[in-house]
Design a protein around this ligand. Structure first.
Ligand SMILES: [Zn+2]
Length: 127
């Protein structure tokens, strides 16, 4: 991969790290909110639960993005970790932290255990 192209992805990934770090900081503030009203407590409990799930996904995505930055540094960026083919630029443009080519990713998503390390790709903000 050309250095200029690689640096473009690096910049996109660094921006994503900054964005996710900011979001995670804000979510933590929301998550500790409290109220003495019973009905509001129920609403807040639901919101907190949602916030925790979102927090988990953002944390997971942040790890994925940081791992992609590490792959740029070690020279393995843009190579599918499963079949070792080059990941198509169009996929990297959409999901710069992608570990797998689209074929392998679809295979993983269809697999017996689709939850887990690869779920970050299904986040709405991964588009
Ligand atoms: Zn592959």
């Amino acid at each position: 991969m050309q250095t200029t192209v690689l640096e473009g992805y690096r910049a996109a990934l660094a921006a994503k790290v900054a964005e996710l770090s900011q979001t995670l900081r804000n979510r933590r503030l929301i998550a500790i909110e409290n109220t003495p009203e019973a009905c509001e407590r129920i609403v807040l409990a639901a919101q907190r639960e949602f916030a925790v799930v979102t927090l988990d996904r953002h944390s997971q995505l942040l790890r994925e993005v940081k791992a992609a930055l590490a792959r740029i540094d070690d020279g393995s960026y843009g190579i599918c970790e499963s079949c070792e083919d080059a990941i198509k630029p169009r996929r990297l443009d959409a999901v710069p932290w992608a570990r797998y080519c689209i074929q392998c990713q679809e295979g993983i998503d269809r697999g017996p255990n689709p939850a887990g390390a690869q779920f970050a790709h299904r986040l709405p903000l991964a588009a």
